[in-house]
Design a protein. Structure first.
Ligand SMILES: Nc1ncnc2c1ncn2[C@@H]1O[C@H](COP(=O)(O)OP(=O)(O)OP(=O)(O)O)[C@@H](O)[C@H]1O
Ligand SMILES: [Mg+2]
Lengths: 234, 288
């Protein structure tokens, strides 16, 4: 579904990601692992068209190079951004509805999202900025789902969620992936949780992919070493 | 009774001032830039109506509607092909771009219309008045006031109850994220500039109906628009109404008490607001 080849991401003169190469199939989840500043967010932004990037990104065979973020969103790329990025003056419901602006249809509607996160139905008319951090995180996820994406990019979505809620969200997302065949890229700080929630993983160190493989039976020690850049894991 | 008369006239003048501020406030609220060409948009819009009415002989209502539509198109187009290119984290390039546009528009107007005073003739409406016992108010200033208030209400309604309005507010909140919602930010900016230009043009047209204008009238209008939005609170739509009314009142009262003062007391009001309440009359302290 999503294929990335020789992708670099940069901000002006500064290059944050070098030559990344990977694929995510429909229904599959890829975990992006790496220390602070490793380039995880930058990699997602490069896929979205939110920072300048070189290399090939194809979605179902269609080249997305040079397309604006809006075009990519319309093609089916959705992001739950780091730091939640609520539209502060919009109500919870408006924040969700604006996600559907891509014009894509599918299983995700206001009612299915509020079924996943009942609290969002309750607070529908509140300004999103008045919600707690965890509740805002639910809005951010819900907003991304409202786009009925083909590729769902989740940047540190469990941050701020209570462990039980995070677990629930992960399970709900896992169910939806297998049902509707969404490809997911998951950024997680917690290596154990990332591995548990994914099919494959990719470890970034200072902008370079230093380790990737299947999550099932992955060697957590090797990932830990790659994470901190100790030794040369391959 | 002079007091009532002065207050009524001040409020009615304030309505026009507020309308000058409204479009500028919208731009500032959404794009976080100041449009230096705002005054020229207003005066240019008025000249479009004058050209249609005087040179083409169109009826007044048609001339006004035509000028408003054309102003929208011009604002939309200038934003799309010029200003959007220089929009970024740094507001200065966009500021300089609009400064350049203001000079070009002004020179274009001088070239086309000369430097003479021009006005839009509204016939007997200009002198019609309503007697309210001891005071009398002009019909035209009253219409002007009502139109200004109605436009504030309409813009508020549009922003809060339509999909386009929601998208505009989202762009104001976080312009970098609206792309992920499938919207082209550049497009939304262009629409906002178009609406702002049309609002400015209407204010300019009303000014030309009330008195007269020259191609050089823009700078003074820009100054008034700036004062209105700073007094009211930057980026706040209703703040602009408050700021306009306050400025109108101060101008009329000051001219009554001190006829040679010109706009001096308006500037002093601005200074007082900046010192005592820099967030403006309706502004919230330290947003975000
Ligand atoms: N807007 C930006 N402008 C310039 N440099 C940036 C920008 N955003 C990120 N960087 C740099 O790019 C590098 C990678 O940042 P990125 O945000 O992708 O890391 P990350 O892996 O997501 O980290 P974290 O776990 O802290 O979220 C960092 O060195 C950072 O300083
Ligand atoms: Mg990050």
């Amino acid at each position: 579904m999503l294929k990335v080849d020789g992708l670099s991401a940069s901000y002006g003169d500064y290059t944050a990601v070098f030559d990344a190469r990977f694929e995510v199939a429909a229904g599959e989840t890829l975990a992006l692992i790496g220390a602070n500043g490793a380039g995880k967010t930058s990699l997602l932004h490069a896929i979205c068209g939110l920072c300048s990037a070189q290399g090939r990104i194809t979605l179902d065979g269609a080249d997305m190079h040079g397309l604006t973020a809006a075009k990519r969103a319309q093609l089916g790329v959705a992001l739950s951004p780091e730091g939640r990025r609520m539209f502060a003056s919009l109500s919870v419901q408006e924040n969700l509805e604006i996600g559907a602006n891509t014009g894509r249809t599918g299983p995700w509607t206001l009612s299915s999202v509020t079924k996943l996160f009942p609290i969002l139905g309750e607070f529908a008319d509140r300004p999103a900025r008045l919600l707690s951090g965890g509740q805002q995180q639910m809005v951010a996820i819900g907003r991304a789902l409202m786009a009925n994406p083909k590729v769902l990019l989740l940047d540190e979505v469990s941050l701020g969620l209570a462990p039980v809620v995070a677990q629930e969200v992960m399970q709900a997302l896992a169910k939806l992936r297998t049902e509707s065949g969404i490809a997911t890229i998951l950024v997680e700080q917690d290596i154990r949780r990332a591995i548990a929630a994914s099919d494959r993983f990719l470890c970034l160190l200072e902008g370079r992919v230093v380790l990737q493989g299947a999550s099932k039976g992955a060697d957590l020690d090797a990932i830990g070493r790659a994470y901190f850049g100790e030794g040369t894991a391959a | 009774m002079i007091v009532v008369d002065v207050i009524l006239n001040g409020l009615m003048l304030g309505g026009l001032y507020a309308l000058f501020g409204l479009g500028l406030s919208l731009i500032f609220g959404v794009m976080k830039i100041a449009n230096i060409a705002h005054g020229e948009f207003a005066i240019g819009g008025a000249f479009l109506a004058i050209a249609a009415a005087i040179f083409l002989g169109a009826p007044l209502w048609l001339a006004v509607i035509g000028a408003l539509i054309l102003s929208f198109v011009i604002g939309f187009g200038l934003q799309l092909v010029l200003v959007n290119r220089v929009m970024g984290d740094d507001p200065v390039p966009a500021l300089l771009m609009t400064f350049g546009l203001s000079i070009i528009i002004q020179n274009l107007l001088v070239e086309l219309f000369g430097a003479d005073n021009r006005s839009l003739d509204i016939g007997p409406l200009a002198t019609a008045g309503i007697d309210l016992g001891p005071v009398s108010i002009g019909v035209f200033p009253l219409i002007l006031f009502v139109v200004a208030i109605a436009l504030f209400a309409a813009l508020h309604w549009m922003l809060h109850h339509t999909k386009a309005g929601r998208n505009i507010r989202a762009t104001s909140d976080d312009p970098d994220m609206v792309g992920m919602m499938g919207m082209e930010r550049a497009h939304i900016f262009a629409i906002v500039m178009g609406v702002s230009a049309a609002l400015a043009a209407l204010a300019g047209i009303m000014l030309a109906m009330r008195g007269s204008i020259t191609p050089f009238s823009g700078a003074e209008r820009l100054l008034i628009a700036f004062e209105v939005i700073v007094i009211g609170g930057l980026g706040s739509i209703w703040g602009s109404l408050l700021g306009g009314l306050a400025l109108g009142l101060v101008h009329v009262i000051a001219l009554r008490l001190d006829p040679s003062s010109g706009p001096l007391y308006g500037h002093l009001l601005l200074l007082a607001i900046l010192l005592l309440r820099p967030e403006g009359l309706a502004g919230r302290k330290a947003q975000r």
